[in-house]
Design a protein around this ligand. Structure first.
Ligand code: PBG
Length: 314
């Protein structure tokens, strides 16, 4: 059954299509030229203009959606730039919605860490700990601002308890009943986020172990998914992808909603570094990585390779 390419194609179980790929993109306030991200060769912090062009290119390549992250020029303790309608993320959402309309699924990171001067995903209490419930109020405002700016789907990634329910209610009350929620349900406190810190100029000094999951735990991932679905999640996410394919499989087996996996910055950087050294065949490795994530159960994959891989798959 493996003898010829045609035989292998006939019995192949796993499909990998451009529409299943979501491209995460970074846009920096005040940038006059795209800025390379050293630990993610090939990925840049976009200007508003280069973002628009890269988004059009991704959509032409057949990519299924775009996930936007904003890098503000100024940060503060409450991440106000993430909520401000003139903040870079909301401005960029408006740009892309005007350019692309409903031709793609426009998504936004609904989280404060890119906008806070301490780099945490929420606001801090007097002891310097993340204040879950005070953060939820800001997420509600952020979600409404993003929906108003044109996002079709929001990606709450802060792992605050109750975030999906609060965002759903806020959206509904503001009349955005059709804005969907892609919940980062099972998000692990991972070392693989390293390059992302550079990508968004993160100010974080410590770690996120008090709100993101312990890498050794599987059961609580299923519990988090169940809670998010009860609170109104339209799709759920496992993140990172490769070190957590077992979690992805377990989630896919029980989830009543579509399952996404985020092939994150560190997974990208590992392959790019090895390929640059001539240690791995880049294209084969990337396609094997993405196929594995699909095989493990992901309906959709957030990957920095989305546009390039989509072209290979055509
Ligand atoms: C939080 C967020 C992070 C990523 C996506 N959303 C960073 C974190 O939680 O520390 C990481 C994505 C990647 O590493 O590619 N806003």
């Amino acid at each position: 059954m493996r003898t010829t390419a045609a035989l292998r194609r006939l019995v192949s179980e796993t499909t990998l299509r451009p529409r299943q790929l979501i491209l995460p993109m970074f846009v920096a306030e005040g940038a006059d030229a795209p800025r390379p991200i050293a630990s993610m060769p090939g990925v840049v912090q976009h200007t508003r203009d280069s973002l628009r062009k890269a988004a059009v290119e991704a959509v032409r390549a057949g990519v299924g959606g775009l996930m936007l992250f904003g890098i503000p020029a100024h940060r503060d303790a409450t991440g106000s730039g993430g909520i401000d309608e003139n903040g870079i993320l909301n401005v960029a959402l408006r740009d892309l919605r005007a350019e692309l309309g409903d031709a793609t699924v426009l998504m936004a990171d609904t989280c404060l860490d890119e906008f806070t001067d301490h780099g945490h995903c929420g606001v801090l209490d007097e002891n310097g700990a993340v204040d879950n419930d005070a953060t939820l109020e800001l997420y509600a405002d952020m979600a409404v601002a993003q929906a108003e700016a044109g996002a079709h789907m929001l990606g709450p990634s802060g792992m605050m308890d109750g975030q999906v329910g609060v965002i759903r209610r806020a959206l509904d009350e503001a009349g955005h009943t059709e804005t969907a929620i892609l919940a980062y349900s099972a998000k692990y406190a991972s070392a693989f986020y390293g390059p992302f810190r550079e990508a968004v100029d993160s100010q974080l000094k410590g770690d996120r172990k008090t709100y993101q999951q312990d890498p050794g735990n599987a059961r609580e991932a299923l519990r988090e998914i169940e809670l998010d679905v009860e609170e109104g999640a339209d799709a759920i996410m496992i993140k990172p992808a490769l070190p957590y394919l077992d979690i992805l499989r377990q989630a896919a087996d029980v989830s009543p909603v579509p399952v996404a996996a985020y092939n994150i910055s560190g997974e990208y950087a590992m392959v790019e570094a090895a390929a640059a050294n001539g240690w791995l065949d880049r294209e084969r490795t990337i396609l094997e990585v993405l196929t594995s994530i699909r095989r493990a159960g992901a309906d959709m994959i957030l990957t920095y390779w989305a546009t390039e891989a989509a072209a290979w798959l055509d």
